[in-house]
Design a protein around this ligand. Structure first.
Ligand code: ADP
Length: 215
């Protein structure tokens, strides 16, 4: 099953994908996580992507497409994938349809109002070691600043500052939201209320992926 988790920054794509990936037995492929790994390793791609990411702009399509095409060609992605953060432009959606395996089976839009997105992004903390995501008021770690899962030191992402957050939401409205129409026209779009607790959202997403949810 090839699934796209869609939604604005802060809608909960990474959290929900992290909860479902083992259960579904398909890899969680997050282009933002892949890019951050490239930045911290100091690769050529990381050096090119860094300034765009810190400003909350999209990384140019040619760089993203090359990286994603390679990842989707790996053996574990043949059984399917939970794609998080891609496609973010119509050009990326069109390119995905031409990649091995063709278009996705279903696209799930996690719907969250803008004021809630801003609140979530400014309170988000992440573990740079294992990728776990926390929320200072609603999903805090057991010990402040320390990852429950691996003991790593939690950080605030450099693009979760108020200025970068405003820009990311603007970029989402202009460049990414049109992708919803692209998939709606193709009958692939499902919507889930992303404001429920994460367990309830994960359950609803799983319901949309079951054969009955798709019928
Ligand atoms: P969020 O969904 O919270 O904004 P991500 O971790 O998915 O965060 O992405 C972080 C940044 O990585 C984006 O702001 C953008 O600069 C870059 N990025 C990730 N995926 C893509 C993509 N498909 N196309 C262009 N840029 C991307």
């Amino acid at each position: 099953m090839r699934v796209i988790l869609f939604g604005a920054p802060g809608a909960g794509k990474g959290t929900i994908a992290g909860m479902l990936t083992d259960k579904l037995g398909i890899p969680h492929i997050a282009t933002g996580d892949m890019l951050r790994a490239q930045v911290s390793e100091g690769t050529d791609l990381g050096r090119k992507a860094r300034a765009y990411m810190e400003a909350g702009e999209l990384v140019p399509d040619d760089l993203i497409l090359e990286m994603t095409r390679r990842r989707l060609a790996e053996a574990d992605a043949r059984r399917g994938f939970l794609l998080d953060g891609f496609p973010r432009t119509i050009a990326q959606a069109e390119a995905l349809a031409q990649m091995p395996g063709g278009p996705p089976d279903v696209v799930i839009d996690l719907q969250v109002p803008e004021e809630e997105l801003v609140r979530r992004l400014s309170g988000r903390r992440v573990c740079p070691d294992c990728g776990a995501i926390y929320q200072v008021d609603t999903m805090p770690p057991r010990q402040a600043g320390v990852c429950d899962r691996c003991g790593g030191k939690l950080i605030q992402r450099s693009d979760d500052t108020p200025e970068a957050v405003r820009n990311r939401l603007e970029v989402y409205r202009k460049q990414s939201a049109p992708v919803l129409g692209y998939y709606r026209e193709r009958g692939l779009l499902r919507s889930v209320d992303g404001t429920l607790g994460s367990a309830a959202v994960a359950e609803q997403v799983a319901g949309e992926l079951s054969p009955r949810g798709q019928a």
